[in-house]
Design a protein around this ligand. Structure first.
Ligand code: GLC
Length: 459
């Protein structure tokens, strides 16, 4: 119900907002400081010292664009997993021929590893049947596994930690390709040969760089957040294996960057997560946590009697973990109508029928504060990596980005570009952010093709 004749905003609102704006601010100076810290952590991570940035070498460089063939790809990274059939034409064009998406249930995420991998194998089984793929043939499969993995080869690697709410037991420390193979064996599927293991950041970057040689960074801003970039082999001091080429892509696992200022709300989000004390940057930035963080701010405002003063149901509507999601914020941010009618519709849907104009604008503003910090942090992290690769910003850098925050959250991308401009002035034009939609699966297939062409690592 639109209330036009309501009392002015409750006293204390302005102070609350300005206090929040302060808490969630990231000034230009703060960003510059963060870039320094980022570089320090990158340096330590590359040299093998303790660092919040794991800086994990993948076993691949960018593709040439000439890779060709048909590959299957399996993409596990969050609440969904997908199986894809991909065709590479050898001329920089990768096409998805078939795809099937499966929702990963809570039991699969948080049960045993065996349950999780059996569930994945069942998905592959269904995909093979659905697409009438002959089980007498052999299909090379690229596995996009979007968690921190210490690669031991192009198609093997140990899980270091679960992130993004996964806790499946018996997986940490094990080779995830081995676990997938075991599950395939249990299901009697012998026509699949896993030929590459890839992080989603690497897949995203590879998918773009297949047809674009200026692409040297991949970023995910979605359920989780992370980045990869192209590093000179000689700068990776911890890499003892000298068989690699001049460059290797590094999966940074930047979600774990910890030199960030936490507000009390962030501490609550962290404390209620399955991995308290870890992945601080991800918890400040990514879609899995942003809604919950904002819910805590809303609840604080409600308890201080600054929001929904005339609606007793509000505290119940937002009173529990998970009751406000990043998708809800997206919907609220999208509403450009004068009376915020979509916000009103959203609230009504939640049983909140008495919302004053102040309530609606206040709610929208609170979302802007937390999402604004997320975009600023994301932009600063991107700038850190680009300035690490090219301190003077002499070359063009295409950054392949995927993830729902980047793709769908209103003004998120423009927010990032604005910060890049603040940090780099006119030179920011050299940083081109492109959406690499569903690149992680496509890119993994390309990595599988690189692996097939090389069949092992060459010098
Ligand atoms: C989490 C994972 C990381 C992944 C990112 C985006 O941060 O640890 O491997 O790339 O989410 O999906």
């Amino acid at each position: 119900m639109a209330c036009t004749n309501m009392p002015p905003p409750p006293a204390g609102c302005e102070e609350f907002v300005s206090c929040l704006e302060n808490l969630f601010s990231l000034s230009l100076n703060d960003s510059r400081g963060m870039i320094k810290d980022f570089h320090e952590e990158m340096r330590k991570g590359l040299s093998g010292q303790a660092s919040s940035l794991k800086m994990l070498p993948s076993f691949v460089d960018r593709p040439t664009g000439k890779e060709r063939g048909n590959f299957l790809a399996l993409d596990l990274g969050g609440t969904n997993f997908r199986v894809l059939a991909v065709q590479l034409d050898g001329k920089g064009c990768a096409a998805v021929q078939a795809v099937r998406k499966f929702a990963v249930s809570g039991e699969a995420m948080q049960g045993t590893g065996e349950q999780l991998f059996d569930f994945i194998a069942d998905g592959i089984d269904a995909f093979l049947t659905e697409n009438r793929m002959k089980r007498s043939s052999s299909f090379p499969l690229a596995f996009t596994f979007s968690f921190p993995v210490a690669q031991t080869g192009i198609a093997s690697g140990r899980l270091l930690e679960w992130t993004k709410g996964f806790t499946a037991t018996g997986v940490k420390g094990r080779d995830v390709v081995g676990l997938l193979n075991d599950a395939l064996k249990r299901k009697g599927i012998s026509c699949i040969a896993v030929s590459a293991l890839v992080n989603d950041t690497i897949g995203t970057m590879v998918a773009r760089s297949y047809g674009d040689p200026t692409c040297d960074m991949g970023v995910i801003l979605g359920t989780g957040t992370n980045a990869c970039y192209r590093e000179k082999r000689l700068k990776i001091e911890k890499l003892k294996d000298r068989r690699f080429r001049k460059y290797i892509m590094i999966n940074m696992e930047w979600g774990n960057f910890h030199k960030v200022r936490l507000t009390g709300y962030d501490e609550q989000v962290d404390g209620a997560s399955v991995n308290p004390g870890a992945m601080h940057f991800e918890k400040l930035v990514s879609g899995m946590y942003l809604g919950e963080l904002t819910r805590l701010v809303l609840m604080d405002a409600i308890e201080r009697r600054l929001l929904f003063l005339h609606e007793p149901k509000a505290a119940g509507a937002f009173g529990q973990k998970g009751l406000f999601r990043t998708e809800d914020m997206s919907l609220i941010a999208e509403d450009e109508t004068t009376d915020l009618l979509r916000v009103e519709g959203f609230l009504q849907h939640r049983g909140i029928t008495v919302a004053t104009p102040h309530d609606k604008t206040f709610l929208k503003h609170l979302c802007e504060i937390t999402a604004g910090r997320s975009a600023r942090l994301g932009a600063t992290a991107i700038s850190s990596v680009i300035s690490w690769m090219d301190p003077e910003l002499k070359d063009r850098h295409t950054v392949a980005v995927d993830g729902t925050l980047f793709e769908k959250y209103p003004h998120f991308k423009t927010g990032i570009i604005a910060v890049l401009q603040e940090l780099h002035g006119a030179k920011a034009e050299k940083i081109l952010l492109v959406h690499s939609k569903d690149g992680s699966g496509l890119g993994a297939a390309i990595v599988a093709a690189v692996a097939a062409a090389e069949s092992g690592l060459n010098g």
